[in-house]
Design a protein around this ligand. Structure first.
Ligand SMILES: [Zn+2]
Length: 282
């Protein structure tokens, strides 16, 4: 069934777990996420990063599939816009029926980010949708190149508290050592900063850049207030490696429908393993 971000984060809060938020660009990606969540009986967040992934599929083409499969699922599913760039993009997602949007004004000066985020919260409330926004910076958009975290961009808890109070958002994306894409060196996370931000803002913390984080670090982040974890790059990478291996093993014709199914199988396995860690399941 379709639910808001606020609703799934309430479940996460009550159970002291984090909900996986998985990006997708194909029907196989949507099925992999939903089948994994249904198998484990856990809520899940299907998200589309229009800014980063529109070259693979348009928001208008992927949205109906996300919403239809999410609605039909036996577990709560939030359909979320990742890194919404501007009002126009946010409104497109809300008009299509998304139950949650992220507005990312983190590259803008504080006052403009706060004012724009407030406008997005007012707009989303007309659709009964939730809003995630960002203070501090993990880079403006998703890249697969990755890199190293810049401590000067880490989220300041005092500014975060002011931002949440002024905007009325439901969840806050924070910078505390994670980066998008593939890490160039082992990430060092400022776990204490998560706890301070959670305490002073009163809203769930969102981690972006979940690929390459150890299981132990995931647990520490969750224990300190992370309730939504964005994870995608490794699922796509593992699926790519799996398809490559299957192609190398194949002789004769290769049919594209088999490639799609191999991708689905690999992504589903990755999402099952990931949801188990986030939900503290054995
Ligand atoms: Zn992100």
């Amino acid at each position: 069934m379709l639910v808001t971000l606020k609703s799934v984060l309430g479940i996460a809060e009550a159970e002291n777990i984090a909900i996986g938020a998985f990006n997708l660009t194909t029907l196989e990606g949507i099925r992999a996420v939903i089948e994994a969540a249904e198998e484990l009986k856990q809520p899940v967040i299907l998200q589309f990063a229009n800014a980063a992934h529109k070259e693979y599929v348009s928001l208008e083409n992927i949205a109906p599939a996300m919403l239809a499969l999410g609605d039909k699922a036996s577990v709560p599913v939030c359909v979320h816009l990742d890194h919404g760039a501007d009002f126009e993009e946010v409104k497109r997602a809300l008009d299509l029926g998304f139950t949650s949007v992220m507005y990312d004004g983190s590259a803008l000066p504080y006052e403009i980010n706060a004012a724009n985020t407030r406008t997005v919260v007012d707009l989303a409330s007309q659709y009964s949708a939730s809003v995630e926004a960002e203070i501090g910076s993990m880079g403006a958009e998703i890249s697969e190149d990755g890199g190293e975290a810049d401590e000067s961009c880490y989220t300041d808890p005092v500014i975060a508290a002011k931002f949440v109070a002024e905007t009325g958002i439901d969840a806050l994306a924070c910078s505390f050592g994670t980066v998008h894409g593939i890490y160039k060196s082992a990430p060092k996370l400022d776990i204490d900063r998560i706890a301070r931000i959670r305490k002073v803002t009163g809203v769930p913390v969102v981690m972006h850049g979940g690929s390459g984080i150890s299981d132990e670090d995931f647990r520490k982040c969750i224990e300190n207030g992370v309730r939504k974890i964005n994870f995608y790059t490794y699922a796509a990478k593992y699926a790519g490696e799996y398809v490559k291996k299957k192609l190398e093993e194949s002789s004769g014709y290769v049919f594209y429908h088999d490639v799609a199914v191999w991708g689905l199988e690999s992504m589903k396995k990755t999402y099952i393993d990931t949801i188990k860690i986030f939900a503290n399941l054995k």
